[in-house]
Design a protein around this ligand. Structure first.
Ligand code: ADP
Ligand code: MG
Length: 662
């Protein structure tokens, strides 16, 4: 229901707005993020400095002092367990002086030792039901737990739950789930652990069911297409002309992709492989096969730099074979010329950035679409892309290292190929963590690297000075490093530069005209400069592990061993432990798992930008049974024409189309 229909007070509406809540159902689903257990404790178990909960009878009249307009103290004694006299102090609740001798209270407070308690909350003992499992909600400044609780209780009271029960009853029965009504009441007012558990089970199931149902509905039937016919010998020739042998996994991925292309079903496949695992060549071969079959292909990269690099790789590999390759980015020089050739079909393969799809670019006869580094695209954007080239085969490449089982959970709508083995001659990387955000200890090492003619990346967490982010910024580092290394050229790169400015710098680095490149994470994705063998990351604690691992991938492109320096002033034990993971393993999958444990799925996949659903309660690691059930049921519901199933499907499609807008 719309919020306006519920007649919230203006203050409550303001709170809801600030929490980003748009309708009454979202209020009901504003779940606690943890619970506190309030149980009466025996006095003997009280420990100084800790929270205590007990019942007491007032045995002295409250005395009160007021010492500023809002500051006050109320004090009195209570008798606990008919035996112990405790002195209670209540701050800033002057009305507590109205309490009377013989009143019985439930008190939640902090034990200060020597039979003294500072009261956090108290209730009349008649309200014993306040005890138990107490929800704690996420808040923003200026809101109280009580504000939220009242809003939620008010909403529960005003809600007609019969309309909100979306799961068809046979599934509710089959899994022994509680109703939506019951689940919502229990999650906000759990009677006991069992009822809370049941509520959680129901709501998690619902989350996963909705997710899989969305995938099912959006997938539709696998569309049919004309199978592609190409001469596999020509592809073998290309492969044997490469300067390296394909890894086992590369060969397998290529086979899976070519099989898809030769089939009469449209390909919808995810190619996943850690940074440096060699996904580009797989894409090139797919594009070549597509060309051989007489069709045109599109490859899309998230940045201009990457688009340019792919363009170069394609030219090197395929131009001699007569393939016509075009590049279209926001800053392409002869844009009109390129657009014209694309429209008239006067090309074979085009590489580009988002510009390709969102500007008014017409591309004739596309029949293979490849996107590189998909983490920036969500489910909905994937659909949109796919619909651009109706019935074209679709290959999405990603370096987000998600284990196969999870990939199936998250990308349930796609087939998955994974490259796990790294190219043999990869020399790997040494990683060092320094407990000071300072380059001094490694200056001589860096100089030795420069003396060999190799290049260095320096990564900064900020572009310029800001009060928000306390980190060394690009320009500060530029000034510092120019003093330390006056003998070499130093360049800077960051996301606020125009695409063509970035291009110039990146090109200069590529051509070795710049020895040290100071940059924000814009170099994170896919960029390949083989002669760059070292990277220094300032304020390393500001980055996620997966992100650092991606960055590290930049210096493992050639056949020399890279060196990765993490600098951080952080004294936080957990942070340091987290960063140490990187010094111990170079396995992207392990690192992603570590990261997941700490930061959750959304951070890794960039859920917010990508439009993937956030599982609020569900946990893709531990809820595997619920996931399996939800997945199976989603398939059945997708096929069902029962009234209830239809209703649910409409609702989910509506939600999906909303998130499609951004
Ligand atoms: P990513 O999977 O991160 O996109 P790339 O495709 O950019 O990785 O490959 C990284 C580097 O490894 C490139 O320079 C590429 O030429 C090289 N490479 C790819 N496959 C192999 C292989 N089988 N053996 C050796 N080098 C390879
Ligand atoms: Mg790549």
């Amino acid at each position: 229901m719309e919020l306006s229909k519920l007649k919230y007070t203006p203050k409550r509406l303001e709170i809801l707005k600030r929490l980003g809540i748009n309708d009454s159902e979202e209020v009901l689903r504003y779940y606690p993020f943890r619970y506190e257990k309030y149980e009466i404790m025996p006095f003997k178990s009280f420990k100084e400095g800790e929270r205590v909960v007990f019942e007491g009878e007032i045995i002295s009249s409250p005395s009160s002092y007021r010492y500023k307009r809002n500051l006050s103290i109320v004090r009195f004694k209570v008798l606990v367990e008919d035996e112990y006299e405790l002195t209670l102090t209540i701050f800033n609740r002057i009305w507590a002086k109205m309490l009377k001798i013989n009143d019985r209270l439930i008190i939640i407070g902090k034990y200060e030792g020597e039979r003294k308690v500072t009261v956090m909350n108290y209730y009349s003992a008649a309200k014993k039901d306040m005890l138990g499992i107490i929800p704690v909600y996420p808040l923003k400044e200026g809101m109280s737990q009580n504000d939220i609780k009242k809003i939620i209780d008010f909403t529960i009271k005003k809600t007609d739950f019969s309309e909100l029960e979306m799961i068809p009853s046979e599934y509710v029965k089959a899994h022994g789930l509680c109703s939506f009504n019951e689940a919502i009441r229990s999650i906000h007012h759990p009677q006991d652990e069992l009822s809370l558990k049941k509520a959680l089970a129901r709501l998690k199931y619902e989350e996963f069911l909705n997710f899989y149902l969305a995938l099912e509905l959006l997938r539709g039937e696998k569309s049919l297409k004309m199978p592609k016919v190409f001469d596999i010998k020509k592809i073998d020739e290309l492969i044997s002309s490469l300067e390296f042998d394909l890894t086992k996994d590369q060969a397998k991925a290529i086979k899976e992709i070519l099989d898809d292309m030769q089939s009469d079903k449209v390909m919808y496949r995810l190619l996943e492989g850690d940074v440096g695992s060699g996904k580009t060549i797989v894409a090139i071969i797919a594009l070549y096969a597509n060309y051989l079959s007489g069709h045109k292909g599109v490859m899309m990269a998230p940045t201009e730099i990457l688009a340019y690099q792919h363009f170069e790789s394609l030219v090197i590999a395929l131009e001699v074979l007569g393939v016509r390759i075009e590049l279209l980015t926001g800053s392409s020089k002869d844009k009109e010329g390129v657009k014209k050739r694309l429209k008239e079909g006067d090309f074979d393969i085009v590489i580009g950035t988002h510009a390709l799809f969102y500007e008014d670019v017409k591309i004739a006869d596309v029949s293979l679409i490849i996107t590189d580094e998909q983490q920036r695209f969500g489910v909905m954007q994937r659909r949109k892309l796919k619909n651009k080239g109706e019935n074209s085969d679709f290959l999405m490449m990603s370096a987000t290292p998600i284990p196969r089982t999870l990939a199936n959970t998250i990308y349930g709508d796609m087939d998955v190929s994974i490259i796990e083995t790294m190219p043999k001659e990869r020399k790997g990387c040494d990683t060092f963590l320094f407990s000071k955000n300072d380059i001094k200890p490694i200056v001589s090492e860096l100089r030795a690297i420069l003396d060999k003619g190799e290049q260095i990346y320096v990564i900064a967490a900020a572009i310029s000075k800001s009060e928000m982010i306390k980190a060394k910024d690009v320009y500060e580092l530029e000034a510092e490093l120019k003093k330390i290394f006056p003998e070499v050229n130093i360049g800077t790169l960051h996301g606020k530069m125009s695409a063509s400015e970035k291009e110039v710098i990146m090109k200069a680095f590529y051509d070795r005209k710049i020895a040290i490149l100071i940059s924000t994470t814009v170099v994170e994705v896919g960029v390949s400069v083989k002669n760059a063998t070292a990277m220094v990351v300032y304020d390393a604690d500001r980055f996620g592990l997966s992100q650092l691992h991606q960055l590290r991938g930049r210096i493992q492109r050639g056949n020399r061993r890279g060196t990765f320096y993490l600098l951080s002033d952080s004294k936080d034990e957990n942070t340091l432990k987290r960063l140490k993971t990187l010094t111990m393993t170079n396995d992207g999958f392990k690192i992603a798992l570590e990261d997941l444990k700490i930061r959750g799925m959304g951070d890794i996949l960039g859920t917010r930008q990508s439009g993937l659903p956030d599982f609020i309660l569900g946990n893709i690691f531990s809820d595997t049974k619920i996931i399996a059930a939800a997945k199976e049921d989603a398939k059945k519901i997708a096929q069902s024409t029962d009234e209830k199933a239809l209703e649910l499907k409409v609702k989910i499609l509506k939600k999906a189309s909303q998130s499609y807008i951004d």
